[in-house]
Design a protein around this ligand. Structure first.
Ligand code: BJW
Length: 234
């Protein structure tokens, strides 16, 4: 393994768990309380939009009471101080990485929300996005075109994750790929470790427990993100 200059970090729900945001597949997680097919597919939204909007309105409200934890802050510090490129690709739709960067004074972090963002609404009539902190169930008008066509800007199953070209470009340039707090159950993110390996990067998993893809990593360290991430960053 040569010198490490460029790093790609993939994060999942485990990195925000200790901030009090529910994960999906852990015991007591969101998918134990809601059927995925009822709330996180375009078909569900077409069938029962009120159910889907209530689910996301509840979560959008909840995240605004949460704070970045020591793992988010350690990653933001790494991004601010590392001499090479650190691309943070998150599957998380909360804004805790964004807020951790802001705490360190970084206004334009190299951060990709591949599954969308709770705090954006997407107008299906005019294709514009708007910052959105309140409820969508009231069928508010789109600030750009006035149509009552706002939906959560969230990538549901069967939809294409965002900014895939940029992610693959970063993986091609990466000397190290690190996966943090994700079960490795959802593609294409779950395949990034194999993509990174094929492209010559070293690979490291930091997770509470071995993920579904743990065998693909060169090294794995297991424990809570607020402990293992700051130790790795130092
Ligand atoms: C801690 C911790 C602590 C806890 N410290 N760690 C068959 C084979 C392969 C693929 C497919 C297939 N059938 C269908 C597909 C594709 C599908 C898919 O992957 N399905 C699988 C279920 C099999 N994928 C898609 O549809 C994606 N799009 C796509 O493929 O497009 C191409 C395409 C388009 C059109 C046609 C055909 C192809 C889109 C996926 C969108 C995912 N969306 C969600 C929900 C929306 C967001 C929301 O509502 O909030 O995104 S699903 C959900 O899972 C969410 C997450 O981002 C994602 C990943 O979950 P994550 O982050 O890994 O959380 P958990 O809960 O699973 O794991 C938490 C981990 O943390 C655990 O390991 C814990 O141990 C750990 N942990 N506490 C450290 N304190």
């Amino acid at each position: 393994m040569g010198t490490i200059r460029n790093i790609v970090i993939l994060t999942g729900a485990g990195v925000s768990a200790e901030s009090g945001i529910d994960t999906f597949r852990d015991s007591g997680g969101l998918w134990e309380q809601h059927r995925v097919e009822d709330v996180a597919t375009p078909e569900a939204f077409a069938r029962d939009p009120d159910l889907v909007l209530r689910f996301y309105d509840m979560r959008r409200e909840a995240i605004q009471t949460k704070q970045p934890n020591a793992a988010h802050l350690a990653l933001a510090k790494l991004q601010a101080q590392w001499p090479g490129r650190v691309t943070l690709v998150t599957q998380n739709v909360d804004d805790l990485h964004d807020r951790a960067a802001a705490v360190l004074g970084v206004t334009d972090p190299d951060l990709i929300h591949m599954h969308g963002e709770h705090l954006l609404a997407w107008c299906t009539a005019c294709d514009q996005r708007a910052l959105w902190t309140g409820p969508l169930i009231t069928r508010p008008a789109c600030p750009s075109c006035g149509a009552p066509s706002l939906r959560p800007d969230i990538v549901w199953f069967g939809e294409m994750p965002y900014r895939m070209d940029e992610i693959f470009e970063a993986l091609r340039e990466a000397d190290l790929f690190v996966s943090i707090g994700t079960s490795g159950a959802v593609y294409p993110a779950a395949g990034f470790v194999r993509n990174a390996r094929d492209l010559g990067a070293a690979t490291l998993e930091l997770n509470l427990e071995p993920s579904q893809g743990t065998a693909w990593f060169d090294e794995a360290r297991h424990g809570p993100a607020t402990e293992v991430v700051p130790v790795w960053v130092e």
